[in-house]
Design a protein around this ligand. Structure first.
Ligand code: BDR
Ligand code: CA
Length: 313
């Protein structure tokens, strides 16, 4: 079996870090590069973190391309240090400066060069992908698949009552990416908020002494404390790792084929709207000519938690 080539577009980010380690350790995947984007933290912090994560995993040869610092049409909403820490990885004090540097290409340029024939695993705002399409308008005919952690089809948002965090950071870019010709799978809150790694499992998975495990232990305990404060639950959502798990075992998911628009206006900005049909207007203009996405609507949550735990352990 030849490994599937993957570019990971990411804003690490605690759950991004788990997803990156999962992908790096998977024999089925050949991670050909990380492209970075603002989101959980500013893009320079995300880029430093991407380099550190690769070096801790002894995969410093994987290139990192620094991407967008702000959305395509608006200002960056700002970092979320109360969830991911000021350093983006839980302020554990374990981060050292990386030895490596990002390559001399923007993320959009890197995607244009390396994403043809590959899968893009998008774990942050979709700005870099939209910018890559501007640079190379046929890129959407060349990429094998785009798997997006983001959006909420049938459930409320998490960043706002309406919208999921990656979508609300750049709805204009997301609407472009969801309207392009590449095959897109949306792994949104409909499934990722059901995939919770509980406290005992976190302790089991992060109990070892490998450098990657130590880094994850520090990062996850920060995110775990945040969620315990706001929801009273002892556990963490595996948002980005669930999207990585989709690549490893899509059989754990049930999808529906829907065209999806992303709201760019008002208080629902960032809300992902599938056209579910069954309305008086049988062909609403806003969805006309839009491609069908695979939208994840159900998941074997225990199966994903097991997969992530087994592979990280
Ligand atoms: C998404 O937003 C970010 O905070 C996480 O890393 C994940 O990609 C979840 O809504
Ligand atoms: Ca992320």
């Amino acid at each position: 079996m030849t490994a599937r080539r993957v570019v990971i577009d990411t804003d690490p980010g605690i759950d991004d870090a788990i997803a990156i380690f999962l992908a790096l350790g998977a024999a089925e995947l050949d991670v050909v590069g990380l492209t970075t984007v603002y989101g959980n933290c500013a893009v320079d912090v995300a880029t430093r973190n991407a380099l550190v994560l690769l070096e801790v995993a002894e995969r410093g040869e994987v290139p990192v391309a620094m991407g967008a610092a702000a959305p395509v049409a608006t200002e960056y909403r700002g970092a979320i240090p109360h969830i991911h820490g000021v350093d983006g990885l839980g302020d554990s004090g374990l981060l050292t400066e990386p030895a490596g540097r990002p390559v001399d290409l923007t993320a959009a340029e890197f995607l244009c060069r390396h994403a043809p024939g590959a899968t893009v695993l998008a774990l942050g705002p979709l700005t870099n992908l939209a910018l890559a399409l501007r640079l190379r308008p046929d890129l959407d005919t060349l990429v094998r698949q785009v798997v997006v952690m983001g959006g909420n089809a049938l459930v409320p948002g998490n960043a706002t009552p309406a919208a999921e965090a990656n979508m609300v950071n750049d709805p204009e870019a997301a609407d472009v990416v969801f309207g392009a010709r590449w095959p897109v799978t949306m792994v949104g809150l409909d499934v990722t908020q059901r995939v919770v790694m509980d406290g005992p499992r976190i302790d089991a998975v992060t109990g070892g002494d490998a450098p990657t495990t130590r880094l994850l232990r520090g990062a996850i305990s920060f995110y775990r404390r945040f969620l315990e404060r706001v929801s009273g639950v002892d556990g963490i959502y595996l948002h980005d790792p669930t999207a990585a798990a989709y690549l490893l075992d899509p059989g754990l998911f049930r999808t529906e084929r829907w065209p999806v628009r992303v709201e760019t206006q008002g208080f629902s900005r960032g809300k992902t709207w599938p056209n579910l049909g069954g309305t008086d207007d049988e062909a609403p203009a806003a969805w006309q000519g839009r491609p069908l996405l695979d939208v994840c609507v159900d998941v074997d949550a225990a199966g994903v938690v097991d997969l992530v735990s087994r592979r990280l352990g």
